[in-house]
Design a protein around this ligand. Structure first.
Ligand code: FBP
Length: 548
């Protein structure tokens, strides 16, 4: 395989780890725990793994002997920078405990466990992937491990390979399922430990105990580099408004972090839109007002950041989508018989008044996406809606109306961008390289300590790595009961942007200034070699949260 100069140099990088992980460790039990909410329900569903104590690893003077052990690992869900380092840390950890231990990777996600597709991860393979981006060492997938049949199928291959512990690297849903699996294997006496690791660029798997999910740092830095470049282009030509949609599923953490890094003219935060019960027209008016005010100063350019999940947070859009889902499900055959050119008018005539008016106000392309692109369950695929185009077209229309009334005098030309996939497999920043390696190594310590139903945790990560604290958090501690597909289920609480949190408050205190003045910041590319203040800075979100 041909490698770039950076890849070759980067392979030699030694991730920094918490001081406690540098030699023999001992597991210190903290307080017994309870779930964040619905304690009785969660306790009933997890009789064997509920209430366990938080674990912290401390340096130990006594070097223990550990038996050799086979361990399995799975990458689950969307790619996130640093996944390979979690596996490298896990590999080095189990080998440090006993050089005869072996690691098996299940191929293409949880499906690999169920379908018995795996490969042994030897030191040659691991060394190829140290400090690299991507999940291609073993691949990832979105199969959900949920059913008893899947658990039993998994057990067959785990027993065949004599695997005694399984590490699942995934987001909130995958870690919830890891805990269900841990409970099942404990209840049935299968003798398999299950440990989770917090992954997702979306940054929505975090709480009192887990500071951040890995990948968020690198992805935000990649997007911020490109947003900065766009801002500079924008400020050089002074003729375009750039509408930039950012990945992140529901939560707006990525958009918020990128705004803190690049100081754009506008950043919409979905959680605020919902809290203020804003309509689509409110958002359009807000953007158009800033465009108009900047135009008065002679600035016919700017940048707007839009979180991927915005549409679902606009209460009126939610209601429209719900009615459309129902209506199209019931009248699918009839709808398909209608000529394409008449479908829009047909839908307008069938919806209830408010939804019909809102649908009629949408640009043609978006209205079409709402009625045509449905997933296998018949639901509108909100993530495919080009929100950046929807907003710019509606802003353009509003400005034209204002111009006719003499309320606006500028020129408006828009460019559109969507940043998502370009950040998910980037070579991990030093932060993610160190954090991920430490998470993987910590997982090996949890395994050696005989734990199951825990998530690997590394905290205090705004301090130098030496002072990071490694440990384990019982997954049940992060759970509450939520309605999913019509049923109450135990799930890890998803972290949305908190409007009373320090990162949002910081943004809100500056946004008026950033809107009218051109205060762009150009972060530049991620640096892997050089002074620590350039290479090792955690995200602004994390720094602000830790300071608060
Ligand atoms: P995870 O939550 O599984 O980490 O996925 C994150 C994500 O990148 C979201 O930001 C995005 O909406 C989604 O995956 C895209 O999914 P896919 O890779 O299936 O297109």
């Amino acid at each position: 395989m041909v490698k770039s100069a950076l890849q070759i140099a980067r392979a030699a990088y030694q991730p920094k780890v918490p001081a406690a992980l540098k030699g023999a460790v001992k597991a210190v039990d903290g307080e017994y725990t309870q779930s964040v909410a619905n304690q009785e329900d969660v306790k009933r569903l997890f009789p064997n793994t509920y209430g366990m104590p938080v674990i912290t690893f401390e340096k130990s003077n006594c070097v223990k002997e550990y038996p050799a052990m086979n361990v399995g690992v799975i990458l689950s869900g969307g790619q996130a920078p640093g996944g390979h380092n979690v596996i490298a840390g896990l590999f080095d950890g189990i080998k440090a405990h006993n050089p005869a231990s072996r690691l098996f990777g299940f191929i293409l996600g949880p499906g690999g466990l169920v379908d018995h597709k795996y490969k042994e991860l030897t030191s040659d393979i691991i060394d190829e992937y140290r400090n690299t981006g991507g999940f291609d060492m073993i691949g990832s997938g979105r199969t959900k491990l949920e059913t008893k049949e899947q658990f039993d199928k998994g057990l067959e291959i785990l027993q065949e390979l004599n695997i005694k512990a399984l590490v699942i690297i995934g987001g909130d849903d995958s870690n919830t399922n890891a805990c269900v699996l841990a409970e099942y294997y404990k209840a049935t006496g299968a003798g398999i430990q299950v440990i989770g690791c917090p992954k997702t660029i979306d940054g929505d798997l975090k709480n009192e105990q887990i500071e951040t999910s890995f990948g968020f740092d690198t992805a935000c830095k990649v997007y911020s580099e490109v947003i900065g470049n766009i801002e500079r282009d924008c400020n050089s030509a002074q003729k375009y408004w750039h509408f930039i949609k950012l990945m992140g599923r529901s939560a707006s953490h990525i958009a918020l972090e990128c705004a803190l890094q690049t100081q754009p003219n506008i950043c919409i935060i979905s959680e605020e839109v919902e809290a203020k019960d804003m309509s689509l027209d409110d958002i359009v008016t807000y953007i158009a007002s800033i465009v108009a005010k900047r135009a008065e100063q002679g600035d016919n350019f700017g940048t707007v950041l839009i979180p991927e999940g915005l549409i679902e947070f606009i209460p009126a859009m939610k209601r429209l989508i719900a009615e459309l889902n129902d209506f199209l499900a019931k009248h699918d055959t009839e709808f398909k018989m209608i000529k394409r050119s008449e479908q829009r008018a047909y839908i307008i005539s069938k919806l209830t008044k408010d939804n019909s008016e809102l649908y009629a106000s949408l640009p043609e392309g978006v209205a079409r996406q709402l009625s045509l692109d449905r997933d296998p369950h018949g639901n509108v695929q909100v993530s495919l809606i080009e929100t950046e185009k929807l907003l710019s077209e509606m802003v353009s229309k509003k400005l034209a109306e204002w111009k006719a009334k003499g309320k606006y005098v500028g020129k408006f030309a828009a460019q559109h961008h969507f940043f998502g996939y370009e950040g998910r497999c980037a070579a991990p920043s030093n932060y993610d390289a160190d954090y991920c390696y430490s998470l993987g190594y910590t997982a090996s310590c949890l395994i050696a300590a005989g734990k199951t139903g825990y998530m690997s945790s590394v905290c205090n990560t705004t301090a130098p790595a030496d002072q990071w604290i490694a440990g384990g958090i019982p997954v049940t501690m992060m759970m509450n009961m939520e309605r999913r597909h019509g049923e109450m289920k135990p799930v890890i609480q998803k972290a949305l942007v908190k409007l009373d949190g320090a990162p949002f408050k910081e943004f809100a205190s500056h946004r008026e200034e950033w809107a009218l003045n051109t205060c762009y910041v150009y972060p530049g590319p991620i640096q892997y070699f050089g002074p620590t203040e350039v290479c090792d800075q955690p995200t602004k979100t994390l720094q602000l949260e830790q300071k608060a």
